[in-house]
Design a binder for this molecule. Sequence first.
Ligand code: GAP
Length: 438
Amino acid sequence: MVEMDVLVSLCKRRGFIYQSSEIYGGINGFWDFGPVGCELKRRIKDSWWKRMVQTRDDVVGIDTSIVAHPQTWIASGHVASFNDPMVDCKACKRRFRADDVPASEDGSTGHICPECGGELTEAREFNLMFQTHVGATADNASVAYLRPETCQSIFTQFKNVQMSGRMKVPFGIAQIGKAFRNEITPRNFIFRSREFEQMEMEFFCHPSESDKWYEYWISYRFEWFKNIGVKPEGLRLRPHEHRELAHYAKGCTDVEYKMPFGWSEMEGIANRSDYDLGNHMRESGKDLTYFDEGRKEKFLPYVVETSVGVDRTALAVLCDAYREEEVKGEKRVVMGFHPSVAPVQVGVLPLSGKLAEPAKKLEIDVRRHFVSEYDDAGSIGKRYRRHDEIGTPFCVTYDFESENDHAVTVRDRDTMAQDRIAIEKVVEYLRDKFAFSK
Ligand code: GAP
């Protein structure tokens, strides 16, 4: 499995991910996605949206504001208890999550700084929400928060979506968007950061059917990871033990991926009962119950939630795709992305700058069908190496012979086999190749 520093360096070199504000020394817990990385993220999000919303008739999407009415976060419990216990080192002033500090020999929480051996303060609760002020006055009345999860606005807009969309329970509401948490110790590259994206779906159903839907969504979501090419041996489901469950949760199962730093949570699927709608109904005083015409029954729907991080998924996809091979005594690095998430599906490369015109014409044709890129920078060997490292499944090379035989060479990223294909058949050839790898 790839070592993290190797992956981090490839990500920077090839334009996947850079440290945020790098020229100012970076800012801990924040990352920027470069041209190749943002395409990878976009394709992951597109795949999720397609699978969760566009190909289903029982889930609709929304896109809500990042800053919501502050009462939202009182109702959800975040103001009171979205906390991590934190300790500070009195000597070096570093800050740690109390549960990250190794226990003392007697089994209690450690009192010695893991960095410098200095004395630690007692643990204090630290609220992870970022605060801001709305409007010109910065007082208690204007405090607002950057959302720490995208789902709360799904709950507060439940009634609007249900009524305006004439939705019948059971149905789901999905959202992709940024979330912010002032993590005490952001770490492991983009795995735990302070600004990240979530893809969440809340499925509203009758309480008596929530167990059934919970099981359904666990397997549906697990399949999605395989569909985007994550190897099954790196994936597992981990049902939460009873003591890990929030008091309102009837069940929770994580999808975990075997990262270079161990099995790690990618996604949580939870039966959240009527906890969220109940809280918002109480706090707002608005009726959020649903009248079921079929059952002739009014009830507060239960919610089965699926919640996955875009950045964590991208990290799993990156780790999973990385491989090194030896070719003719030289190391070849390949990102073996599944075509459904590859940032570039087809590279079109003229062998020489003199062939730019016909090669560009071909690329315009290819672009109508695939995510493609025209690339004429550097020697052909260097360009192949770059496309291997950004995970382009196929490269089409237009050479001098192409002028005579009206054919091009198509190189397969994984086998490095090269086929000579008539230009007019290239799109069809690639379409067959991609269909085969679906
Ligand atoms: N609405 C439920 C919820 O937010 P969560 O387990 O706190 O549950 C869901 O977060 C997912 O969001 C996680 O499984 C993870 O993929 C992602 N996530 C959470 N905190 C993150 C962080 N600090 N950095 C990157 N991704 C994060």
